[in-house]
Design a protein around this ligand. Structure first.
Ligand SMILES: Cc1cc2nc3c(=O)[nH]c(=O)nc-3n(C[C@H](O)[C@H](O)[C@H](O)COP(=O)(O)OP(=O)(O)OC[C@H]3O[C@@H](n4cnc5c(N)ncnc54)[C@H](O)[C@@H]3O)c2cc1C
Length: 429
């Protein structure tokens, strides 16, 4: 039967919000001196805020096991929302407790830094938010000319300094450090998260696989197709619709890893096809990279195929794709041609519609039906073409500009589709 709800995501939220802080609160409450009774609540707020910040840092290391379970875009959203909630709790903690000397100074520095970084990150690092609030998106687009994404990543990393200050703040409070079960838990959790973070920043890059660029072709205006061969011994596990992080270590400006979806079904030749639109410094420079260049690859990430595998095998697949957002869906179609597939694919202009001949070939199959047009589909056009039993036997995969994706999600839900029936991955987080 079709899964209409995403229970794993709900469970993930529950664990993050309630379960993780519980042992900290439990051990702390057993040892807090009664003279601080009036501050108990504010002390708990500070503790929960710290645990959430630790968890947000852990999520920023992109744990692969969690990506396959709930998806990296969702993880980044949880990372962002938990961090904001942690800052609200930190404020309540600050207002509800009395401290002095270095205890106060380290606490204040930590809070001020977190607050400043939150405001910055809400504009530059929270695609899940900027894509929903137009004014934020406009501000980001204007300021991004000055504050490039790479610079924003570095500024965002100062959050670690804020958390270290919070750690020192706690170590300076004698009545807290004397609660041994709590402080052991606190120290071990901090050490584990710091180790995961340092591992992901300094050790993991050494494990990136090195592929070779086989071809680099302009397939449309401002769109490059890169074919990359992974090493024969590659341990990268790719599923259809996955994305990889990719960088060219030998070229200035191309050394930072960027995410791109694979546009072909994973194959034994270990070749991946990336289709990339020139949106910024990194992506525009790609057309100059010569073949046989070394490429660093990390992956695969993503849940398009995992989502399909979790649903009944006979469910129809309806794909709504727009512009460059079609790339992961090309790969997904390629790998699922034995299923009933219906595609609605649009581009702003005719030249934005990629791989027309590939769609023509698929169209020859009885179980494949595609509608391709310039300019968006009307709601009725799509709803009328859906399989008759779509509420109970159809899953939807969406890829494209954020506004387009959210339009179709809203429309489908208003017409009875369940959350768990729809899957999409935005190109920004
Ligand atoms: C899951 C996923 C899959 C993607 N697949 C494709 C694809 O198949 N084809 C394609 O053309 N584009 C894809 N993108 C978008 C692509 O990653 C960005 O366009 C690219 O990183 C922009 O880098 P830039 O330096 O050229 O542009 P910039 O000017 O630095 O950035 C342009 C925009 O891209 C975002 N961005 C920049 N760097 C990163 C980064 N390291 N991680 C996340 N977002 C970033 C920023 O929010 C910025 O607003 C994908 C993005 C994600 C998150």
């Amino acid at each position: 039967m079709l899964k209409r709800h995403r229970y794993s995501l709900g469970l993930f939220w529950l664990i993050a919000i309630f379960l993780l802080p519980l042992p900290f609160i439990q051990t702390l409450s057993n040892g807090l001196p009664s003279i601080y009774q009036s501050e108990y609540r504010a002390i708990y707020y500070g503790t929960i805020a710290y645990v959430w910040m630790l968890f947000a840092i852990y999520l920023s290391t992109k744990p692969k096991w969690l990506d396959r379970l709930i998806g990296l875009p969702e993880m980044y959203m949880v990372h962002g929302i938990l961090s904001i909630a942690a800052i609200v709790l930190s404020y309540l903690h600050k207002e509800g407790t009395v401290s002095s000397g270095w205890i106060k100074t380290t606490g204040d520095w930590s809070f001020d830094l977190l607050l400043g970084l939150m405001i910055y990150s809400l504009v530059f690092m929270a695609g899940w938010l900027t894509n929903r609030i137009l004014i934020l998106k406009r501000i980001k687009q204007i300021l991004e000319k000055l504050f490039k994404h790479e610079l924003s990543i570095w500024i965002h990393r100062l959050n670690i300094v804020a958390v270290i200050l919070a750690f020192i703040h706690v170590q300076l409070i004698p009545y807290v450090t004397s609660i041994k079960p709590f402080i052991y838990l606190f120290d071990v959790a901090s050490a584990v998260v710091l180790s995961c973070y340092l591992f992901s920043k300094f050790v993991k890059p050494l494990t990136y696989e090195q592929g070779m660029l086989l071809s680099n072709t302009t397939i449309a205006k401002n769109v490059q197709e890169l074919v990359i061969r992974l090493p024969r011994s590659s341990h990268i596990e790719l599923l259809a619709g996955d994305y990889v992080f990719m960088a060219f270590p030998d070229y200035r400006g191309l050394k930072e890893m960027h995410p791109f979806s694979i546009a072909n079904a994973p194959n034994e030749q270990q070749e991946i096809v990336l289709v990339i639109r020139g949106d910024g410094d990194f992506t525009r420079y790609l057309k100059k990279v010569p073949v046989e260049s070394r490429v660093n690859i990390d992956g695969g990430f993503g849940r398009y195929q995992k989502f399909l595998d979790d649903q009944p095998k006979d469910a129809n697949i309806v794909i709504l794709a727009g512009g460059i957002g079609v790339t992961p869906l090309l790969s997904t179609i390629d790998a699922n041609l034995n299923r009933n597939v219906k595609v609605f694919y649009t581009g702003h202009r005719k030249e934005d519609l990629l791989y027309a001949s590939r769609f023509m070939n698929w169209q020859k199959k009885d179980n494949f039906d595609c509608h391709i047009q310039v300019g968006r589909f009307k709601d009725g056009q799509v709803l009328n073409e859906l399989p008759k039993d779509w509420p109970t036997n159809t899953v939807f995969l969406i890829g494209g500009p954020s506004a387009m994706m959210h339009h179709w999600i809203r429309l489908l839900k208003n017409n009875g589709a369940g959350n768990g029936q729809i899957y999409y991955e935005e190109f920004s987080w």
